[in-house]
Design a protein around this ligand. Structure first.
Ligand code: SF4
Length: 334
């Protein structure tokens, strides 16, 4: 059978079956293997291609909530003011996710499943109208977000969650309209709207990237955007003259990611960024029990520092991680 007809059948099967495992794993794997046989290996490997294939989607309409307040001062050492306009996160990281632990502790979500169903603060822009005049003088910059993801990736649809993307962009626009700089951090990817203008030039856009190992990703951040997509979207912003950064935190120990020792490979992929944050993995028992934990992090932090100095990249090693320095924590204040 010729390839196009075969493709039609595969897509028919994708939509015909309502079983997630059948559609999104078995059928997609058959399709990719067949495509490789015809076209050869893809540039970014099988995993990347798998993630770009259309998938069926269970109903995941984004729910709304009303918030009483929005802007607050963060205790994260390199942060300043911050906004979490979403409760929950579809990326389902298992490092574990600190935000999810807090959400459960304070009863913002019922359980881990509930955390995966984000709720959007529908009155976020109205709240900003009230809060910006109140706090503007105290604000150096606003970070989106430490307790959720502002460019959340829908793993089933292979795209950003449109409602979240829209609200995030509206929030950045509103803050920038008041001359307030914004920093962002995502395990999703950056949409083209960012480069189309209308935002402050001193905003700083970041991605979290702690591995290039697909096996590690499947286990610890299963529903985040593919590594290559994350990196290429950031590179686009850099090429458009915007400021970019990468958070190498929480960086795993080799007993969780056998490629962790080879941070050079990861660094070389993001060598175009302006700033790098590096930090160890906390709250993970296996990682803390890793026999040479302290030595390992000292060695890796040393490699990060060397790379940044050689490539003229500003850096901050998070406090509590070997080789950290208090002096670099205001990395985003300039
Ligand atoms: S992307 Fe961040 S907020 Fe979302 S699950 Fe992962 S660690 Fe938690």
């Amino acid at each position: 059978m010729k390839y196009p007809k075969r493709r039609d059948i595969i897509y028919y099967l994708l939509f015909a079956s309502k079983k997630y495992v059948v559609t999104n794993t078995i059928v997609k794997n058959i399709y990719v293997k067949y495509k490789e046989k015809i076209d050869g290996l893809g540039l970014f490997g099988r995993e990347f291609y798998l993630n770009t294939i259309l998938s069926i989607n269970a109903s995941n309409k984004i729910r709304n909530i009303q918030r009483k307040t929005l802007l607050y001062k963060t205790k994260v050492e390199y942060g300043n003011w911050t906004i979490n306009h979403i409760v929950g996160c579809m990326h389902g990281c298992k490092f574990p996710c600190y935000a999810r632990m807090m959400a459960r502790k304070f009863g913002w979500v019922k359980d881990d499943k509930d955390w995966l169903k984000p709720r959007l603060a529908e009155n976020a822009l109205d709240l900003l109208d009230k809060e910006i005049p109140k706090y503007k003088k105290e604000i150096d910059f606003v970070h989106l977000s430490f307790m959720t993801d502002p460019f959340m990736y829908d793993f089933k649809k292979k795209d950003l969650v449109p409602e979240i993307k829209k609200l995030t962009l509206d929030i950045i626009k509103k803050l920038n309209g008041e001359s307030i700089k914004v920093t962002t951090l995502t395990k999703g990817f950056y949409p083209d709207e960012i480069t189309n203008g209308g935002f402050l030039k001193n905003n700083e856009y970041g991605i979290t990237l702690v591995s290039l190992n697909e096996k590690f990703k499947r286990e610890y951040e299963p529903f985040s955007a593919p590594y290559e997509l994350r990196i290429s979207s950031l590179k686009k912003l850099h090429d458009a003259g915007l400021k970019t950064w990468v958070s190498l935190e929480p960086y795993p120990t080799p007993n969780l990611d056998e490629e962790a020792e080879n941070i050079e490979q990861l660094l070389s992929k993001v060598g175009f960024v302006n700033k790098i944050i590096f930090g160890k993995l906390n709250y993970n028992v296996s990682s803390s029990n890793f026999l040479h934990n302290e030595d390992f992090y000292e060695r890796i932090a040393g490699k990060v520092i060397k790379f940044c100095k050689e490539n003229n990249i500003e850096f901050h090693i998070k406090l509590g991680t070997p080789l950290s320095r208090d002096a670099t924590k205001n990395i985003f204040k300039n």
